[in-house]
Design a binder for this molecule. Sequence first.
Ligand SMILES: CC(C)(COP(=O)(O)OP(=O)(O)OC[C@H]1O[C@@H](n2cnc3c(N)ncnc32)[C@H](O)[C@@H]1OP(=O)(O)O)[C@@H](O)C(=O)NCCC(=O)NCCS
Length: 180
Amino acid sequence: MDDDPGTTLTVDELRLRPWRPGDAEAVLAACQDPEIARWVTIPQPFLPADAEAVIRDSQTMWRTGTGAAFAIVDAATDQLLGAVTRFGPDGHQATFGLWLTPDARGRGVGSRALRLVADWTFATTEAIRLDAFIMVGNEASDRMVLRAGFQREGILRAWDLHHGGVPVDCTVYARIRGDR
Ligand SMILES: CC(C)(COP(=O)(O)OP(=O)(O)OC[C@H]1O[C@@H](n2cnc3c(N)ncnc32)[C@H](O)[C@@H]1OP(=O)(O)O)[C@@H](O)C(=O)NCCC(=O)NCCS
């Protein structure tokens, strides 16, 4: 078995690479951000063991083919900018999740990273439907997925259980193979 599975992708100044154990400290720091906790269901409080689990789980996904989990880093400095994860494909469908560090926001990092992984997924798998589920009210994320070529499909009530098991409504977006 390959000891270091995974793929590296690049666009502009961004490198998307598999997580490494040495990223745990940067993940721990990033995941203290209240905006990430507000919109992404991550453990609260987010502790060092949780950061290590992010990396361990990502390596398992690559090894088992159950997904593709990338650290988004600055190609020149390797500074952590965020995370983009593809869960699946499971059959013809795969789902995306994404967060950025606060200083990486507002310059197209999320939309370019998401578009890159979506294009790569269509090129390298049989997936037909890529989707993302965004809590209602997360307007930055709504704009990001539209910029990445996804289309809004509707609202799913009580789709997710947020911290403490609180049901939250999500907007579903999808990009279908062959969409312009
Ligand atoms: C959601 C989140 C990932 C979006 O990040 P973002 O930087 O706002 O989104 P993008 O990467 O699409 O950047 C778009 C912004 O950069 C600008 N931009 C600059 N260059 C750009 C380029 N080449 N391409 C696209 N946008 C560009 C756009 O004008 C846009 O600004 P605007 O949203 O004020 O109009 C980020 O806000 C975040 O991590 N939030 C907390 C966690 C979270 O909500 N995760 C998502 C859960 S579903």
